[in-house]
Design a protein around this ligand. Structure first.
Ligand SMILES: N[C@@H](CCC(=O)N[C@@H](CS)C(=O)NCC(=O)O)C(=O)O
Length: 230
């Protein structure tokens, strides 16, 4: 029997799993890590039994007999049942709402369009979707402009405090910068991404993902682009 009730079903290269790993590492929350290889039929079937949608991360809480899917819901669940010194969802309802808005913003308007672009790279030529990719790129450009406008001198998405919004921003911006480079015209966004990458929780996630990066559809120059940010 494991000494911790929490098991995270995840993969070290998966951006949405990064979001939850950051939250767990922020508070040193103990958990058992179960790496799921979706290419392995038995492992995929086991994940589908937990969450028929078949996406990770999924958190299993043996203490409450709960299966918790969806990265934002997992972070909220951890904040409720396994709080730590870093308050990822503010207690103030107004600030909590703003945190959730930023979390939704990064997931829907940076993270998901980035996934669409990356998924298209892995398709055969006949299956490619140039219109969908163009729309996803435009969405990310709009989001970048909004982020640059919003950040100002604040260190984190919600100001001085590191929150769930930053857990969402880190993987979204990291991978989006590969698909649609943030470039030189958005200095505050670049600085924010660098600050996120220097945060010990996210730096640890990146180090753990390093051995898997060769499976990510990157070309060499993009790899250097990422390396130069570190
Ligand atoms: N809305 C979900 C998205 C999760 C998601 O898209 N996970 C991806 C990995 S980053 C996945 O499981 N992909 C595998 C698949 O779709 O087969 C969340 O926030 O957790």
């Amino acid at each position: 029997m494991s000494s911790t009730p929490l098991t995270l079903h995840y993969h070290p290269l998966s951006s949405f799993c990064w979001k939850v790993l950051i939250a767990l590492y922020e508070n040193d929350t103990p958990f058992t890590a179960n790496v799921v290889d979706l290419g392995d039929e038995a492992q995929r079937a086991a994940l589908l039994r937990l969450w028929p949608i078949g996406k990770f991360p999924v958190l299993e809480d043996g203490a409450r007999d709960r299966i918790v899917p969806e990265s934002s819901i997992i972070i909220e669940y951890l904040a409720q049942h396994y709080p730590g010194s870093v308050t990822l969802v503010p207690a103030d309802p107004g600030l909590a709402l703003q945190t959730r808005l930023r979390d939704r913003f990064y997931d829907h308007y940076v993270h998901l369009p980035m996934q669409r672009i990356v998924a298209d790279r892995m398709r055969l030529d006949a299956q490619k979707d140039p219109l969908g990719v163009a729309a996803a790129r435009a969405q990310i450009e709009t989001a970048y402009a909004m982020i640059e406008n919003d950040l100002g001198d604040e260190p984190w998405a919600m100001g001085d405090a590191f929150t769930m919004a930053d857990c969402a921003a880190a993987p979204a911006l990291y991978y989006a910068n590969v698909a649609v480079p943030i470039g030189t015209t958005r200095p505050d966004t670049v600085t924010y991404l660098q600050r996120l990458m220097a945060r010990p929780s996210f730096a640890r996630v990146l180090t753990e993902a390093e051995p898997y990066f060769r499976y990510f559809p990157l070309n060499a120059e993009r790899r250097e682009g990422i390396a130069s940010l570190r």
